[in-house]
Design a protein around this ligand. Structure first.
Ligand code: ADP
Ligand code: MG
Length: 495
């Protein structure tokens, strides 16, 4: 395993090679039943303005009250990012006008965030990792939503999301390619999901990224960055980086300069467009919110949360390799989500019996993963149960079926026999492998007798064996034990 700080995948331009530098600000919606400073529900998809308290609507005289669960989620997440937890942090007002922000300011954290520096190990391949630094994590309120397309002449505001807690997780400018940035977001999302502090659902907007991109000649100081706002899928994050890096290289090679500005990515046109330049940038006039005391807690609070943290992906992967002897690749696939990892372990130990973990892992990361992929599901989202996985592995282990027939059993489970027990499928469709050497010998004899020319060829060219194996399998309906077929053929052909 190699861990390094950056892999430079340089982009070649007219004037030579360029290096891309990327830093991400991820907005992650905190999983909690109620909002950051009010008791209103955070449920997604309610009727417009049905989850709005007087605090969220910013009625005069209403006071915010901090939601303890959101604070705990931020601390848990900070621990998962191996970050410094700040026992004292401050909520500030970030002042700006927006129709869906009734307070006229957002409550956020500025100079004193709840979580400081940390790091995320990012898997680029099963054997290669980079370490991406975390600058900070702070808590803030989400805004509401403006709707401009309900009628021709008016705009509408839905405040359901107004005041929902967000964690803003700011990375250091440690990524050097779109691939690295995508892998970072994937890993961060996995960690958040393991912890249960954010559902990571990008389609519903629970996870959004502001993507900072600059380019430089290798070894040069950092270039001026542009920030691409609110990118809402991992694929688009990658595309936006590539398109923006190319644009900046073009500008610089034409003798121009990059202005620090905020841009938007348009996936339809595959381009980024300026939203506002630095000159138009807001002056937020941050100041501590006088309605809220500084947030303070002791180390015992942090220790209690640390004690109850689940096993996180890096630790689980290392354990799977050490405990079960899995390859780094299999371990990575299995820990990509917690439910899949759980399903693997349940299958290994199903019904109080411990079976060969490598065989279970092979089945899951091979045929089961291929099926899940073809349905656009994660492995754990498929209907295939630990009982079925264990059942197939047991049938192969006791030689009832070959691994080839195991594929057939799984094919029934993914189509007409969704809830059936593998042993029942084997009986119903007569899939038991033929290990009776007499029957296999008979088939071998018949094929040899019918193909004297091929027999001669095989004597000169032993790779012809494959053709004979194919014929025997065909003759036995694919049920002959492949090992027995090989041995009998070799003896009879004298190769
Ligand atoms: P701001 O409030 O201006 O957005 P932040 O410090 O909150 O500033 O975030 C800056 C983000 O930009 C961080 O993710 C950081 O890693 C990234 N960044 C800073 N400098 C560069 C650079 N030269 N190129 C690319 N990304 C950068
Ligand atoms: Mg920013």
């Amino acid at each position: 395993m190699s861990t390094h700080t950056a892999t430079s995948k340089l982009i070649s331009g007219a004037t030579g090679d360029w290096e891309v530098v990327i830093g991400l600000e991820i907005h992650a919606q905190v999983t909690s039943r109620s909002k950051l400073f009010s008791g209103a529900s955070t449920e997604f998809g309610g009727a417009p303005n049905s989850h709005v308290s007087l605090v969220d609507a910013a009625m005069p005289g209403m006071l915010p009250v901090i939601n303890e669960e959101c604070v705990k989620q931020a601390i848990r997440t900070g621990l998962g990012l191996k970050a410094k937890i700040n026992h004292r942090s401050v909520f500030d007002r970030k002042n700006y006008f927006y129709p869906d922000l009734p307070q006229g300011y957002q409550i956020s954290q500025y100079k004193n965030p709840i979580v400081g520096e940390g790091e995320v190990l990012v898997d680029l391949s099963p054997t290669e990792q980079i370490c991406v630094g975390i600058e900070r994590l702070h808590l803030e309120q989400d805004a509401g939503k403006s709707l401009h397309d309900l009628g021709a002449n008016d705009s509408h505001v839905d405040l359901n999301r107004s005041g929902v807690a967000l964690m803003e997780i700011v990375s250091k400018p440690d990524m050097r390619s779109a691939e690295e940035a995508k892998a970072y977001v994937t890993k961060l999302r996995t960690i958040l999901r393991y912890i249960g502090s954010c559902d990571g659902n990008m389609e519903q907007g629970s996870l959004r990224a502001d993507v900072n991109v600059s380019v430089r000649k290798p070894g040069a100081p950092l270039g001026t960055r542009c920030e691409i706002k609110n990118v809402n899928s991992i694929r688009f994050i990658g595309q936006a980086i590539d398109v923006e890096a190319r644009r900046q290289i073009g500008v610089l090679e034409d003798g121009g300069t990059i202005d620090q500005e905020t841009r938007l990515y348009d996936p339809n046109k595959s381009e980024t467009r300026s939203m506002r330049s630095k000159e138009e940038a807001h002056d937020y006039r941050y100041f501590p919110d006088p309605d809220l005391l500084p947030l303070e807690f002791d180390q015992a609070t942090v220790d209690a949360l640390a004690k109850n943290l689940p096993e996180l992906p890096d630790a689980k992967k290392a354990r799977f390799i050490a405990q079960y002897g899995l390859s780094p690749y299999d371990a990575s696939v299995l820990v990509a989500d917690k439910e899949t990892a759980d399903r693997f372990e349940e299958s290994v130990k199903f019904a109080g019996k411990t079976r060969d973990a490598k065989a279970v892992a092979n089945l899951i990361t091979g045929d089961v993963a291929a099926y899940a992929n073809s349905c656009g599901l994660t492995i754990a989202q498929t209907h295939i149960t630990p009982s079925q996985i264990a059942g197939i592995v047991d049938l192969v282990a006791d030689n009832t079926i070959s691994s080839k027939l195991a594929k057939d059993v799984l094919a029934y489970i993914t189509t007409t026999e969704k809830n059936s027990d593998p042993a029942v499928i084997v009986t119903k469709y007569d899939l038991k492998q033929v290990t009776d050497t007499g029957a296999i010998e008979q088939a071998v004899d018949e094929i040899i007798a019918k193909n004297p020319d091929k027999v001669e060829q095989a004597k000169a060219k032993p790779t012809m064996l494959g053709w004979f194996v194919g014929q025997v399998m065909k003759a036995t309906g694919g049920k002959a034990n492949p090992q027995a077929v090989n041995e009998i053929l070799k003896t009879k052909l004298g190769i």
